[in-house]
Design a binder for this molecule. Structure first.
Ligand code: NAP
Ligand code: MG
Length: 402
């Protein structure tokens, strides 16, 4: 069978540790035999980031602006231990942070559902995608301990020197105070990324804040979403048969629990942080969670939601057998290939992405899986495989489908 051709390159960002091993296996076993892979390769492995003074990460982000679609392997975010382990020149910043700062996007996380691994919430029939705003609020707040009685005010000094102030509290004893901010531009980008992704995946979009209590701060989020929706997206949503709806965060939480799933839940920074951990564990496993960064201009970067699986890598280095789940990394590739196919009008490539996803899910549903899933499945007579053999099992299923 002739290999599927790609007309435009995909930006490929290689990474670290066990996921770097998975990366190569996935390419060798599941992609290259079927597709004439056309990628522009960037090695974001920590050694190469260090050699290039992290320039490679920025170059990979600029390439994503050029080609619009990227697929990224998990990467180490250096800490003090890594600086020593890899003899780093500097404690380089998180690659995801650097890429996000350049592309200005929102991260969408969605679980991959398979029969035999049931979400803790029985009525969740379809995945729930979380969109977390990744700028500001409590993550960029200034705080102060108030030692005793006194007055706290917020003061805004405009460029011309004029001032406006508001009383926070008249303390008559000790306490604490916090000042946080957000930027209209960042909220606008967040809104556009959410609307773009909802149209893309044909799912309705929910957004919730506490605007009844926070009449200026949260209300601004609500207003910006509504203004952008009405001006730019309403007709497109109607045509796609999806809806945008806003509600209070406590009402949203209650509705999410009662829902069947199948929608995107846009969250402010803190809500997204908390709710994404709740959703991923309720759906089963971090190794079954995909992640895509969508920029307001419509650039896409796909990856797995988990890290480099360091513990498994050290076992691998010692020559011990590992059973690392490649599913989220496979779905990062299929997400990117499908988007590439969509942008290029390459139906064959889109079709291949669907078949590889089906082969992956079918393999698990037939009872063949890695150890992390074997521990949580309700299926009987499970065939638990090591990393390499599980990928080979998917290859066999895929060959059957192709
Ligand atoms: P991790 O890679 O997410 O793994 C934590 C644990 O979760 C593993 O030890 C394993 O549990 C389980 N796990 C995660 N993915 C799995 C998979 N595919 N298959 C089977 N089990 C899986 O987090 P970490 O080991 O704490 O972090 C390692 C590095 O990843 C860090 O340097 C961090 O900076 C980086 N990181 C990168 C990204 C990213 O690039 N997007 C995200 C998060 C973390 P068991 O050990 O119990 O089997
Ligand atoms: Mg968190």
């Amino acid at each position: 069978m002739a290999k599927i051709k790609m007309t435009t390159p995909l930006v490929e960002m290689d990474g670290d540790e066990m996921t770097r091993i998975l990366w190569q296996l996935i390419k060798d076993e599941l992609l290259s035999p079927f597709v004439e892979l056309n990628t522009e390769y960037y090695d974001l492995g920590l050694e190469h980031r260090n050699e290039t003074d992290d320039q490679v990460t920025k170059d990979a982000a600029y390439a994503t602006e050029k080609y619009k679609v990227a697929v990224k392997c998990a990467t180490i975010t250096p800490n003090a231990a890594r600086v020593e382990e890899y003899n780093l020149k500097e404690m380089w910043k998180s690659p995801n942070g650097t890429i996000r700062a350049i592309l200005d996007g929102t991260v969408f996380r969605a679980p991959i559902q398979v029969k035999g691994i049931t979400p803790c919430v029985r009525n969740w029939e379809k995945p729930i995608t979380i969109a977390r705003h990744a700028y500001g609020d409590v993550y960029k707040a200034s705080e102060m301990k108030i030692p005793g009685a006194g007055k706290v005010e917020l003061v805004y000094t405009a460029e011309d020197g004029s001032q406006e102030s508001v009383l926070v509290h008249e303390f008559d004893g000790p306490g604490v105070v916090q000042g946080m901010h957000n930027l209209s531009g960042s909220i606008e980008s967040f809104a556009r990324s959410c609307f773009t992704y909802a149209l893309d995946t044909k799912q309705s979009l929910w957004f919730a804040t506490k605007d009844t209590i926070s009449k200026k701060y949260d209300h601004t989020f609500k207003d910006i979403f509504q203004e952008i929706f009405d001006a730019e997206y309403k007709e497109k949503f109607d045509a796609a048969g999806i809806e945008y709806f806003y509600t209070l965060i406590d009402d949203a939480v209650a509705r999410v629990m009662k829902s069947k799933g199948g929608f995107i839940w846009a969250c402010k920074n803190y809500d997204g942080d908390v709710m994404s951990d709740m959703l991923s564990s309720a759906f089963g496993s971090l190794a079954m969670m995909t992640s895509v960064l969508v920029s307001p201009q419509g650039y896409y970067e796909y990856e797995a939601a988990h890290g480099t699986v360091q513990r498994h890598y050290y076992k691998h280095l010692k020559g011990e057998e590992t059973s690392t789940n490649p599913v989220a990394t496979i779905f990062a590739w299929t997400g990117a290939l499908r988007k590439r196919g969509e942008l290029d009008g390459n139906a064959e490539l889109m079709d291949f992405a669907g078949k590889l996803e089906k082969a992956t899910i079918d393999t698990i549903e037939s009872g063949t899986m890695t150890k992390d899933l074997a521990l949580i499945t309700e299926l009987k007579d499970v065939n638990t495989l090591n990393t390499q053999d599980f990928i080979k099992a998917i290859r066999t299923t895929l060959e059957g489908i192709m």
